[in-house]
Design a protein around this ligand. Structure first.
Ligand code: SF4
Ligand code: ZN
Length: 307
């Protein structure tokens, strides 16, 4: 196959785009997709300050580099979860990457926040990944608001979005369906959230990271159950193989035809939010879920140690 741009030998084939690219032209394809996402969805401007959530994986580091190369005012935020044997490696990758590219970065340590994930795993009787995800989202939002950032960008790609949409659809979870999309506008207590990689698949982002020589943190988290959307991604991989472009069509169809209806319904029945009485984050329950988790960990630890 020849490169769709320069007609040299292509090294990446993209059936869903009916095209292929050589190593030199591929990053340009990636850039165009990110530019299109930002422009069409009105994600942010070059005058705005963007906080980028950095896990150390291929998606977040590719996103950070690409936005910086496009001239956006980006700062990275890495959350050190305090998981032995894993968090220090992820943090080292993020710090080395940012230092090598001259990018600003902030690190938030869950140990100092009183919520290291091993404590959550040991003391909270709920699936650790759902609690961990909640804690991360809470802190990304809080840091973005406190730092006066205009938007929080995350590296969610098309496969992540489609797998999540599919799972929410299977459960007909209207609250989540109303809240899913490449842009969640800012509202009281919530910073604007954007996903500039939503047009790109996992494969496409992995190729970009590889061709740009980004060293990523790829070790699986020791607490990962392996169940998180993996089956749905495999299913969609099969559908995409049979009918290239299906994933993007499904997601775009939802944004156009499904999301507005769910959003309107949720506006009618959604619970009103008020600031958490401990940390000020929006909640419908007096004390927000993260403050309640923190208290549960504290109490359980005190019982265990007899303090
Ligand atoms: Fe947190 Fe689970 Fe991800 Fe590990 S796999 S970082 S526990 S969400
Ligand atoms: Zn709170």
């Amino acid at each position: 196959m020849k490169c769709s741009r320069c007609k040299q030998l292509a090294c990446v084939s993209l059936p869903s785009h009916n095209s292929g690219f050589c190593a030199e032209c591929y990053p340009l394809f990636f850039t165009r997709q990110v530019e299109t996402a930002i422009r069409r969805e009105k994600m942010f401007t070059r005058e705005e300050r963007i906080l980028v959530a950095l896990s150390g994986g291929k998606d977040s580091l590719s996103l950070m580099l690409e936005l910086a190369l496009q001239g956006y005012a980006v700062t990275g935020l890495h959350i050190d979860l305090g998981i032995p044997g894993s968090s220090e490696k992820a943090r080292a990758k993020v710090e080395t990457f940012c230092a090598a590219h001259g990018l600003k970065i902030q690190v938030l340590e869950m140990e100092k926040e009183g919520l290291p994930i091993p404590d959550v795993k040991a003391h909270v009787n709920r699936p650790v990944c759902s609690v961990c995800g909640r804690i991360k989202r809470h802190h990304f939002n809080r840091v973005a608001l406190e730092g006066g950032y205009d938007a929080l960008a995350t590296g969610h790609n098309l496969d992540d979005e489609v797998a999540r949409l599919f799972a929410n659809t299977l459960r007909w979870d209207t609250a989540y369906l109303s809240d899913q999309g490449p842009v969640l506008p800012a509202r009281e207590g919530f910073v604007r959230k954007v996903k500039p990689l939503f047009r790109l698949s996992e494969f496409e982002t992995a190729n970009y990271a590889f061709l740009k020589g980004i060293e990523i943190h790829s070790d699986p988290c020791p607490y990962a159950s392996g169940a998180s959307f993996t089956g749905h991604k495999e299913l969609w991989g099969e559908l995409e193989h049979r009918s290239p472009g299906q994933k993007f069509q499904f997601y775009q169809g939802f944004l156009k035809n499904g999301k507005p209806a769910f959003a309107a319904r949720e506006k009618e029945i959604g619970e009103p939010l008020a600031p958490c009485c401990e940390c000020g984050s929006p909640t419908s329950a007096g004390t927000c879920s993260v403050c309640r988790i923190k208290a549960a960990v504290r109490e359980s630890k005190a019982k265990t140690t007899g303090a």
